[in-house]
Structures are given as C-alpha cells and as structure tokens.
Design a protein around this ligand. Structure first.
Ligand code: FA5
Length: 341
C-alpha cells in the first residue's frame, strides 16, 4: 500500500508539472485531492493497512497530501499570473489613439439666468421666498384684487384641478400674499421665483409652463421712484450699464399705478429689428405699486405702508440675452441647443 502511495505521489507530481492551464489544474485537483481523488481515497484507507505498518503509512500519506496541496497552490498562483499576463497582452491599450471627448452636464440656460437674477437681487438685499405651485383661487386671484367673474381673469388662462378652487398658479404673485402674512408687520424685501402654468396656446414666445421671478418690497414711504430706481439698477446689471430702459403705463389689478418695463433692444441697440418688431425696445417685466386692497389682504395698513412689486420671465430674459428665437427650445431637451450655454 505504501509503495502504491509513493507511485501515485510521483505520478501526481509529474501531472501537476504538466498542467498548463488553471482549467487542467482544477481537473488534476479533483482527480487527486478531491473527494474521489486517488490520494484522498488512500488517506481514507489507513484502517485497512496492516497494524504494524499503519503508523508509518498514516504519517507518509499525510506528508504526501500536504506536499501535493502546497505544490497545487504554488502551481495555481503561477498559472493565474501567466493567464492574466496573456490576457493583458492581448487587450493592450493603444495609447497613440486620439481620445474620445467626454460630455459634461451643465446648468440649463433657464437655471443660469435664474441664478444671475438671484445674484443681482441678493446684492440689493432681497431674500428668496418660495411659495407653492399648487394654489387656491383665493390666493391666485381674489386676494390679489381679482374677484370672481372679474374680466381681468382673462389675462391668466388657468389650469384647474379636480378639487374645486384649487389651481396651478398662473403667476408668482400669490406668493406676495404668503410673504406678507409671514412678515407682517415687518418691512419686506423678497424675490419669489417659481414655475407658473397657463392654459395657453404654445407658440415661439409662450409656453404653458415657465418660470417667473416676482419681487416685493413693502415698508414705510416706498414710492414709485424707488421702484424705477431699483428696477433700472437691475436692468443695468442684467443687460449692461449703457442699456437704456423705459417704463410704459399698463394695467394689473394688484398694482396701482402699474407699468411695464422695456430695455433697449439688445440685438439692434435700439435701431429696430425683427426681434423688437422695429420698435427698438423689448418688454422684460410687469410692475407697479402694490394696490391698497392687496396690502390690506396681506395684513398691512395702506395708510401707513406702501410697496412695489414686479414680475419677470427668466426664459424671456434668456431669449433676449442670447438671441433665442423660440421658447420651445427650453423644454426640447435637445443637446445641440443646451450645449451652447
Ligand atoms: C404677471 O404675471 C404679473 N403677475 C406680473 C406682475 C407682478 C405685475 C407684480 C405687477 C406686479 P404677465 O402675465 O405679464 O404678468 O407675466 C409676467 C412675465 O412672465 C412676462 O413679462 C413674461 O416674461 C413671462 N410670461 C408670461 N406668460 C408667459 C408664457 N406663456 N411663457 C413664457 N413666459 C411668460
């Protein structure tokens, strides 16, 4: 039996040295040291050996088993390294090939414009105040001095929800009331950015979903001059120090007097072009002195307090700044458009 063990050991060693791949080596292990392997089976037969030879056989078969185990580990490590090296050599990287450009995400032009607007108003001491997109008719219209059935409601085509009286806000102006309720009786200087929704025909200039940035200043002795000076300072920083601005009388139910502000056309510098419809001016926002009824609805006594408010559309401003001729690009998710900003 001992002679058989020595013979099997010799054969196993020479097969091990001949194994040229990890797959062959694994098969060798199965046949030699695995549960049905010849050396393993010999270790199980110690009991059948003549008792006089048993200790010597037991000792030797264990030595053989241990020697084969470590020879196997060594061979496995060698073969694995060789196989890895061969694999790497086969898939070598050609460092002379020109690299592929990796694409980086960037901020959406509407977000970039919004952030520029925040910076300018932040520098002027205005804080950001957020209010909700889903509003009640009460806040979106009534508290802004637009009662039920008032013809001015036609200015804002509305998305209604299935809950009566709950709508998607058509403008950021209801945030004025929320801010007044929060701040009253303290003075207010806030901008209110957010998404607005209107049930309108989508055109090159009008989307059904767009941003607005509302502004509200409330305090004692705030005048129309403050409104003009502050908005002019904003426009100069946004569009350039030499850019002329003008105010035109307008109507909004929640401001009195009301106005719209134009900047000198950015594309033709006021000489007249297709974009400004040959007027030389581009409208950028609506504004006015907060209506006494609205101040009252916000909790402020209009005999003591006054204020101004304004509302601008960042997408429209971005269109003017970058010469974008169609607002639909903003939601088109076309990388050829987005990558330009
Ligand atoms: C308003 O919504 C008023 N709430 C603004 C206001 C606030 C006036 C405070 C006075 C005091 P208007 O409907 O004009 O006004 O919208 C304001 C701005 O939102 C517009 O100048 C325009 O830049 C943008 N805007 C309006 N409708 C759309 C639209 N469909 N798509 C993209 N931008 C729009």
């Amino acid at each position: 039996m001992l002679a058989q063990a020595e013979q099997s050991y010799k054969e196993a060693l020479s097969q091990l040295e001949g194994a040229e791949s990890t797959a062959v080596l694994e098969a060798w292990y199965r046949d030699t040291l695995g549960r049905k392997g010849n050396i393993y089976l010999l270790t199980r037969q110690v009991g059948q050996v003549d008792p006089a030879e048993r200790p010597a056989f037991g000792k030797r078969i264990n030595e053989i088993k241990t020697a084969l185990e470590s020879a196997y580990e060594e061979r496995l490590a060698t073969l694995r390294t060789a196989e890895l090296e061969a694999e790497l050599a086969g898939s070598a990287i050609d460092v002379t090939l020109p690299g592929r450009r990796s694409w980086h995400g960037r901020l959406h032009p509407a977000t970039q414009t919004l952030r520029q607007i925040y910076r300018i108003w932040g520098d002027m001491g205005f804080q950001i105040y957020r209010s909700r997109d889903v509003e009640t008719d009460h806040y979106n219209f009534e508290l802004l001095n637009i009662p039920q059935h008032h013809p001015a409601r036609d200015m804002w085509d509305t998305f209604h929800t299935v809950t009566p009286g709950v709508i998607l806000r058509t403008h950021t102006s209801p945030g004025q009331i929320h801010a007044m309720h929060d701040y009253c009786p303290e003075p207010i200087r806030v901008i209110l950015p957010g998404m607005c929704y209107r049930y309108e025909q989508i055109t090159a200039r009008s989307e059904i979903q767009f941003h607005q940035v509302e502004g509200l200043a409330v305090g004692r002795n705030i005048t129309f001059t403050d409104l003009k000076g502050t908005l002019t300072a904003f426009a100069r920083r946004m569009f350039g120090a030499d850019r002329a601005v003008r105010f035109r009388a307008n109507y909004f139910p929640f401001t009195e007097p009301s106005a719209e502000m134009d900047v000198e056309c950015i594309l033709c510098n006021g000489s007249g072009c297709q974009v400004c419809k040959y007027s030389g001016w581009l409208e950028i926002l609506g504004c006015g002195m907060v209506h006494p009824n609205v101040l009252r609805n916000g909790g402020y006594d209009p005999a003591v307090y006054s204020g101004f408010a304004f509302g601008m559309g960042p997408e429209r401003i971005a269109m003017l700044k970058y010469g974008i001729d169609d607002i639909r690009y903003f939601w088109g998710n076309d990388l050829r458009f987005l990558a330009q900003f």
